[in-house]
Design a protein around this ligand. Structure first.
Ligand code: ZN
Length: 148
């Protein structure tokens, strides 16, 4: 099996069985992302503990690349600090937009997204979840509603 087939299998697997799928209740932060070029729509939920991403979930619907990318992102970012998440975001952005970019070791399974850069129209599908995560992190923490 060559690397291309391996990467394709990772994408197919995460599309079929998305990891960390579902919502998180407030006080988790939340943002909606929409890619009108393809019709992908994602909700990203993030629970911060100081500067660490304690929990991260997503839901929504879209093409295989958008769903697989979000699933891979949740696995990669969960438990990381904000600085580490930002480093991953920058590395992914570089990987998706620069044909010649090497694949850093620390990307792990996220390296499977490198195949997407051969299809520039799909880059926005793969990066949607990351932009949505950034929006969620920038959102003010919601007030938890209590009926007590
Ligand atoms: Zn898409």
């Amino acid at each position: 099996m060559d690397l291309k087939e391996l990467y394709r299998d990772v994408i197919l697997d995460h599309n079929k069985k998305p990891r960390n799928f579902g919502a998180l209740a407030p006080p988790a932060r939340h943002a909606t992302g929409h890619n009108p070029l393809c019709g992908d729509r994602l909700e990203v939920y993030v629970q911060l503990q100081d500067d660490r991403i304690e929990d991260l979930r997503f839901e929504g619907a879209g093409c295989a690349i958008s769903v697989a990318s979000a699933s891979l992102m949740t696995e990669a970012v969960k438990g990381k600090t904000l600085a580490q998440a930002q480093q991953l975001f920058e590395a992914i952005h570089h990987l998706l937009t620069d044909q010649a970019a090497p694949t850093p070791e620390f990307l792990g399974k996220l390296a499977a997204l490198s195949g997407v850069r051969e299809f520039p129209a799909r880059v926005k599908c793969a990066s949607l979840c990351w932009h949505t995560l950034n929006s969620a992190l920038a959102a003010p923490a919601p007030i938890a509603v209590s009926t007590e």
